[in-house]
Design a protein around this ligand. Structure first.
Ligand SMILES: Cc1cc2nc3c(=O)[nH]c(=O)nc-3n(C[C@H](O)[C@H](O)[C@H](O)COP(=O)(O)O)c2cc1C
Length: 343
C-alpha cells in the first residue's frame, strides 16, 4: 500500500507531500488500528530503563517530522516506542524561504534547510495539550534565528521551563545546520556554559516539581574525534543523561555528482548512515554504557538499525527512512530490536 501512496506523494513538492504524509500516516494508522499498538515481545515493564524511562520499544520518531507537536498520538499506533517533537523555538518564526526541502530519490536521501519553522512555545504547548499523551515524548528545543549566539542561552532556558512538565525528556538541539551559529555550541567553551546553565535550571525545576527529567544533547555528524571527546567530557561534568547522534550532515558523502547536492542544507537518509554510525562508535568508545546513546541517521532497513545498536546505541530514531519506506519500516525492525532492547 505504501509504495502506491509514496508514488502519489512524490509527485508533489517535498514539503507539501511531507505535510500530507503526516495526515496520511494518521489515516493509515486508523485504518489498520486493531485496537492495540504493535509491541516488542516483552511487556514494557520488563525492559531495562534508559535514562530512567521504560520505553515500550527502542524505536523512536526523530525530531523535525512533528515540529509543531500536533500529531504525536498517531505514532504509537504506527508502532513507535517514543516520539521526539520540535524543534520548538521560544517565539514563532517562519523558517527559511521555500523551497527548502529537496528529495534525492536515487539515494533515498533528503536535503533540508527548513531553519526551525516553529509556531513558538505558547502555541506549541496548546498543540501538545490537544493530543493524547499515549506515547513517551521527548521535546527538542532550539533558539530563534534572530537571537544572537551570546544571548541564546536565554532561549534554551525559556524553552526548558515551558516544556519541562509535558516532556518525558528534553533534547537540546545544538546541531541543526540551518540556524546560524547554532553549531558553535558544540565548541567546548560555549557548550560548557550552556550545559552548566541548563543543568542548573533542570535541578531547580526538579526540586520544584519533584520530578527529575532527563536532558539529552543532539550532535552533528560533522565532528572529529577530539571534538567528540570534548563533548563526552562535558556530558559527564554536567550530568547530561543522554546523547542523540546524529543530526543531518553538511557534507555530501557519495552524492557529490547529484544535481541537488549543491543545495544548502543538511543531508539525511542513506548517505548519512556511515558518518552517523561513526560518531556513535566514537561516543561509545568514550562513554561506554555510562550515558545512553540514541542512534539516528540513515536507518532504512533492519540491517541499518542493527548497525546502530552494534555501534553502541541503546535507542534509535527514524526520519528519512520512514518517508521512503513508510510505516512498515517500524514493524520490520520491531521484532528483532525489541529483543535487543530487553537484554
Ligand atoms: C525535513 C527535516 C527536518 C528536520 N528538522 C529537525 C529539527 O527540527 N530538529 C532536529 O533536531 N532535527 C531535525 N531533523 C534531523 C532528524 O531528526 C535526523 O536527525 C536526521 O534527519 C537523520 O536521520 P534520518 O537519516 O533518519 O533522517 C530534520 C530532518 C529532516 C529531513
Amino acid at each position: 500500500m505504501y509504495p502506491l501512496i509514496r508514488s502519489l506523494l512524490f509527485r508533489l513538492d517535498p514539503e507539501t507531500s511531507h505535510d500530507l504524509a503526516l495526515r496520511l500516516f494518521a489515516l493509515a494508522s486508523r485504518l489498520s488500528n486493531t485496537g492495540k499498538p504493535p509491541q516488542a515481545t516483552a511487556e514494557p515493564d520488563q525492559s531495562p530503563p534508559v535514562m530512567g524511562i521504560r520505553f515500550p520499544n527502542p524505536i523512536g520518531l526523530a525530531a523535525g517530522l512533528d515540529k509543531q507537536g500536533t500529531a504525536r498520538d498517531i505514532f504509537r499506533r504506527l508502532g513507535f516506542g517514543f516520539v521526539e517533537i520540535g524543534t520548538v523555538t521560544p517565539k514563532p518564526q517562519p523558517g527559511n524561504p521555500k523551497p527548502r526541502m529537496f528529495r534525492l530519490k536515487e539515494h533515498q536521501a533528503l536535503i533540508n534547510r527548513m531553519g526551525f519553522n516553529s509556531v513558538g512555545l505558547e502555541q506549541f504547548r496548546k498543540n501538545l495539550a490537544a493530543t493524547s499523551a499515549n506515547i513517551i515524548t521527548g521535546i527538542n528545543i532550539g533558539k530563534n534565528a534572530a537571537t544572537p549566539v551570546n544571548e541564546a542561552i536565554n532561549d534554551y532556558l525559556a524553552c526548558l521551563r515551558e516544556v519541562y512538565t509535558p516532556a518525558d525528556y528534553i533534547a537540546i538541539n545544538i546541531s541543526s545546520p540551518n540556524t546560524e551559529g547554532l553549531r558553535q555550541f558544540q565548541d567546548r567553551e560555549l557548550l560548557d556554559v550552556l550545559l552548566a546553565g541548563l543543568n542548573q535550571e533542570r535541578e531547580r525545576l526538579s526540586d520544584k516539581t519533584g520530578n527529575r527529567k532527563p536532558l539529552v544533547i543532539k550532535v552533528a555528524p560533522d565532528l572529529n574525534r577530539l571534538q567528540v571527546n570534548a563533548i563526552a567530557a562535558l556530558i559527564r561534568t554536567h550530568s547530561i543523561d543522554g546523547i542523540i547522534a546524529t543530526n543531518t550532515t553538511v557534507s555530501r558523502p557519495g552524492i557529490e555528482n547529484h544535481p541537488l547536492s549543491i543545495q544548502t542544507g543538511g543531508l539525511s537518509g542513506v548517505p548519512l548512515k556511515q558518518p552517523s554510525t561513526q560518531i556513535i562508535k566514537l561516543l561509545h568508545d568514550n562513554l561506554q554504557d555510562e550515558v545512553p546513546i540514541i542512534g539516528v541517521g540513515g536507518i532504512h532497513n533492519l540491517e541499518s538499525a542493527l548497525e546502530k545498536f552494534e555501534a553502541g546505541a541503546r535507542l534509535i530514531q527514524l526520519y528519512t527512512g520512514l518517508i521512503y519506506q513508510g510505516p512498515t519500516l517500524v514493524k520490520q525492525i520491531l521484532d528483532v530490536t525489541g529483543k535487543i532492547h530487553q537484554s
